[in-house]
Design a protein around this ligand. Structure first.
Ligand code: URA
Length: 207
């Protein structure tokens, strides 16, 4: 699966260990989600296109570079809201396109309920964020939603992924890169990632 990029870094490993711990309270959980997302975002944006600019410094004129890519961050509601601030720290000019999917507790399937994209969405590189990449169903639906509306450049950032979900997603969208900090063992009968960290939304929002 060439499109799957496992980001491996000692700081991320350390923070992941605390994030997974069931004793980690919500305020610290949120802080860790923010810090890990920030580090992952740094890596996932490594290939964004740049343009040459000329900047007048107090000394002379410098040839420099600025981002040539306009970015649209697409948080999948609701757990990904915990990742959004970290993106704004790195890219304050990014637009946000909300994608609402909700887990049906009876079927364990994600169901679409809301979307709000910026008007120039098709001119932007979309970075979908969702802390947990479980069955891949939501990820496939989210990418399809954007592609159907003409968004062509799409990446996905997820903190913890299940191998089943990554395989299913890569079969459908081998062209979409998925950045993850951990590929766990498997999904359980309720489609939770094992060992995972439980329900990310509940832990972010203390519900
Ligand atoms: N969503 C979560 O929050 N946790 C999982 O383990 C799987 C999906």
């Amino acid at each position: 699966m060439k499109n799957i990029k496992l980001i491996s870094h000692p700081l991320i490993e350390h923070k992941l260990a605390i994030l997974r711990d069931e004793r980690t309270p919500p305020f610290q959980f949120r802080m860790l989600i923010d810090e890990i997302s920030y580090l992952m975002m740094f890596e996932a944006t490594r290939d964004l296109a740049l343009r040459e600019v000329s900047v007048k410094t107090p000394v002379t004129t410098a040839n420099a570079k600025k981002l040539a890519t306009k970015v649209m961050i697409c948080p999948i509601l609701r757990a990904a809201l915990g990742m959004l601030d970290s993106v704004f720290k790195l890219m304050p000019d990014a637009s946000v396109g909300f994608l609402g999917f909700q887990r049906n507790e009876k079927t364990a399937q994600a169901e679409f309920f809301y979307a709000k994209l910026p008007p120039d969405a098709t001119a932007r590189t979309a970075i979908i964020i969702d802390p947990m990449f479980a069955t891949g169903g939501t990820a496939i639906d989210a990418v399809k939603f954007l592609k159907d509306r003409g968004v062509s450049e799409i990446k996905f950032i997820s903190i913890i992924a299940a191998p089943e979900g990554l395989r299913r997603f890569s079969d459908v969208y081998p062209d979409v890169e998925v950045y993850t900090a951990a590929i766990d063992e498997r999904l359980n009968e309720q489609n939770y990632i094992v060992p995972g960290l439980g329900d990310a939304g509940d832990r972010v929002f203390n519900t």
